[in-house]
Design a protein around this ligand. Structure first.
Ligand SMILES: [Zn+2]
Length: 119
């Protein structure tokens, strides 16, 4: 399949950059960071979002490739709402991921509203 739009090309390039970053992360972490940095810039320029699975693997703050047990810590917390905390051991930046999906939350809210309206 030939990439037709800019967005498709960008997605392809991002995939390649992440693969490259994974290959060099042990021998040259600095280079891996550079790759992720440029992957981010490509995504921004093409106005696309990084795929979720790739987003989870990178540190927002220092662009490091996060590998569990190597340079990041993943914990599940129950405070307020259940969420996952990913700590980058490179720079100490923490990313929180709520375990409740936004769509479900919205649906619940809508249901509540309709219930209130019918009462
Ligand atoms: Zn970091």
């Amino acid at each position: 399949m030939k990439p037709t739009s800019v967005k498709q090309i960008a997605k392809q390039r991002i995939q390649i950059l992440f693969e490259q970053a994974k290959q060099v992360r042990k021998t040259n972490p600095q280079l891996a960071m550079q790759y992720i940095k440029s992957a981010r810039r490509i995504a921004m320029a093409a106005k696309i979002r990084l795929p979720v699975e790739l987003k989870r693997e990178t540190c927002k703050n220092c662009n490091a490739l996060l590998v569990q047990g190597y340079n990041c810590r993943i914990r599940i917390k129950q405070k307020r709402e259940p969420h996952v905390v990913i700590t980058c051991l490179n720079c100490g930046n923490q990313t929180r991921i709520l375990l409740k999906k936004k769509k479900e939350q919205k649906k619940l809210e809508q249901n509540n509203y309709s219930n209130e309206a019918s009462c």
